[in-house]
Design a protein around this ligand. Structure first.
Ligand code: MN
Length: 343
């Protein structure tokens, strides 16, 4: 089979590798589409401290179960599945309190073990969620980023009275926007500096006055002008710059919650008194905790529409060009899907 292998930082090849054999409890999936995530670019450039090389990357993918390992129900053969990349031990403190995504011995498919940028991949059967026939493969391929958004909103909670602010209209911001607006139906502002991204935000359901171009307007004034009295009650940092968390803490309304999704290793200069005075909650969110069934249900009901964030489909053998597209032309590229259906 052909796989996208990152041999070492900045060295990637599409190469023939042996077909993997599913272990007990695993299934082998014939991949159809796989989404390129910012974290794949980080692994490629050697900026993910957890990854080991060589590695077949990719943690957002859909495909069809074509072989099963011992102990797996034969009914699963032929199912179209989206794969949750989170594998946990089930015994540590985090797992025992239902927080398996931060398991002490966390294994992430495409990071710690081989992933979905491959014609075939073996995964635990329990991680492979059946996709109903009415959901398109291109939508099912990116259940994972929506599960990230669902996890973040589950961590912060969403109240009907919330006024939300999302920093960043990339994949994370746009998935959050869809969840907040289409699932919860609350007012949600989104800010970015790229007009093309703000255009995607409109397609994802942002009203005209909910879109704030940060290259034109300063945020405090922009919110005041739009009648937000006392600051947003729910803020998500989907960018991850230290200065954004600092601003979010200043802007948040009393009793506000801030969802933190960034991975910056630079410290933020957060003022304790702002946190305490307003009794703010900082809710960090990583990956997702068993959110796939919820997201698949939302897609099935038409509440969220993954296709709005997909900007490109590129044959997986052109993965180098796909990465270049993502990195060199970020304004025009949001979610890029690698297409494995041609062969
Ligand atoms: Mn991802």
């Amino acid at each position: 089979m052909l796989s996208v292998v990152v041999d070492s930082p900045n060295s990637m090849a599409v190469r023939e590798v042996p077909l993997p054999v599913p272990a007990a409890g695993e299934v082998r999936v014939r991949v159809r589409y796989a989404g390129i995530c910012g974290s794949d670019l980080h692994i490629f450039h050697g900026k993910n401290p957890f990854v080991t090389y060589p590695r077949i990357i990719g943690h957002e993918f859909v495909g069809r179960i074509e072989t099963i390992g011992a102990g797996v129900d034969a009914e699963r053969l032929g199912q179209t599945v989206a794969v949750d990349p989170v594998i946990s031990c089930g015994r540590c403190h985090a797992c025992s309190i239902g927080r398996r995504n931060v398991c002490r011995d966390l294994t992430v498919i495409g990071v710690h073990r081989d992933g979905g940028f491959s014609q075939y991949v073996c995964v635990p059967a329990d991680n492979a969620y059946r996709i109903p026939v009415e959901i398109a493969d291109t939508c099912a391929a990116i259940v994972e980023p929506f599960a990230v958004a669902a996890n973040a909103t589950s961590r912060t909670g969403v109240l009907p009275s919330d006024i939300a602010l999302i920093y960043g209209a990339g994949t994370v911001g746009l998935t959050l926007l869809q969840v907040l607006k289409r699932v919860y139906g609350i007012r949600a502002f989104i800010t970015d500096r790229l007009e093309e991204r703000l255009q995607l935000a409109r397609a994802c359901g942002a009203l005209e006055d909910e879109v704030i171009d940060a290259s034109i307007e300063r945020l405090p004034e922009a919110l005041a002008r739009r009648g937000v009295d006392g600051g947003p009650t729910l803020i998500f940092d989907a960018v991850g710059y230290p200065a954004i968390l600092e601003e979010a803490v200043k802007l948040a309304a009393p009793a506000g919650r801030i969802g933190v999704l960034g991975f910056s290793s630079e410290p933020s200069a957060i003022v304790q008194a702002e946190l305490t005075k307003k009794e703010l909650t900082l809710a960090a969110s990583r990956l997702n905790c068993a959110m796939f069934p919820q997201v698949i249900e939302w897609i099935g009901r038409g509440l969220i529409e993954p296709e709005h964030i997909v900007t490109h489909k590129i044959d997986f053998r052109q993965v180098a060009q796909a990465f270049e597209q993502a990195e060199q032309r970020p304004a025009e590229s949001c979610k890029i899907l690698l297409d494995f259906t041609a062969m």
